[in-house]
Design a protein around this ligand. Structure first.
Ligand SMILES: CC(C)(COP(=O)(O)OP(=O)(O)OC[C@H]1O[C@@H](n2cnc3c(N)ncnc32)[C@H](O)[C@@H]1OP(=O)(O)O)[C@@H](O)C(=O)NCCC(=O)NCCS
Length: 176
């Protein structure tokens, strides 16, 4: 069994994260980006996520094999306790519990920081992602039909959401 560890990402993880992400950009509609980000751009994304939300990596035997992060759900002030989450595993590691390990740590961190709701959008179909989100307590919100065009087809995106703590009580201080 490999030694597995989820830890905070730093800019030094940008190359590994880019390597995991790029094939999903070029070969799939899982993400709606058209061109893979450069390593410096990925480093900026990691640092940006770490400032207000979180970016975690999964290491196996010292090698980064996946990552999960959060960012703002929407910019307007009243949304500031809500965030959007995402997770990517190297294809060789699919189905070995890495997605769950990353998300459990990510959701705990976001709760700790004061966030109240996590949402995720999944290009259809994506059985693995649907099952991962359902397993972690995300509930369906709805599906935007034909909301993106990629690789020669209109794509539907299904959104799911999960409360991070008591969803009815008034929020306390802003997330830190
Ligand atoms: C989606 C993804 C992150 C899931 O991570 P993973 O490490 O493969 O998932 P896990 O092994 O942690 O499994 C989590 C749950 O989903 C289920 N699951 C995972 N892959 C599945 C599949 N292909 N079919 C059915 N169920 C699946 C598991 O059975 C498990 O359920 P359980 O905990 O109730 O037993 C991974 O497949 C991936 O990186 N996919 C490509 C990128 C992507 O789609 N990211 C999400 C963007 S919205």
């Amino acid at each position: 069994m490999p030694v597995r560890q989820v830890r905070d990402a730093t800019a030094a993880d940008a190359r590994a994260c880019t390597g995991i992400y790029a094939p999903y950009v070029t070969d799939t509609a899982v993400t709606f980006e058209a061109d893979p980000p450069s390593v410096p751009e990925m480093a900026l994304r990691i640092e940006g996520a770490q400032r207000r939300h979180a970016w975690l990596v999964l290491e196996e035997d010292g090698e980064v094999v996946g990552y999960a992060y959060a960012g703002p759900f929407k910019e307007r002030a009243a949304y500031r306790w809500s965030c959007e989450v995402s997770v990517y595993l190297a294809p060789t590691r699919h189905g070995t519990g890495g997605g769950r390990a990353l998300y459990e740590a990510l959701l705990a961190r976001l709760t700790e920081r004061g966030y109240r709701m996590a949402a995720a959008g999944m290009t259809q179909p994506n059985e693995a992602s649907a099952r991962l989100h359902a397993a972690l307590g995300f509930e369906p919100v709805g599906t935007f039909r034909a909301v993106g065009w990629k690789h020669g087809a209109w794509r539907d995106v299904t959104w799911v959401q999960r409360p991070l703590r008591d969803a009815t009580a008034a929020p306390g201080a802003d997330p830190t």
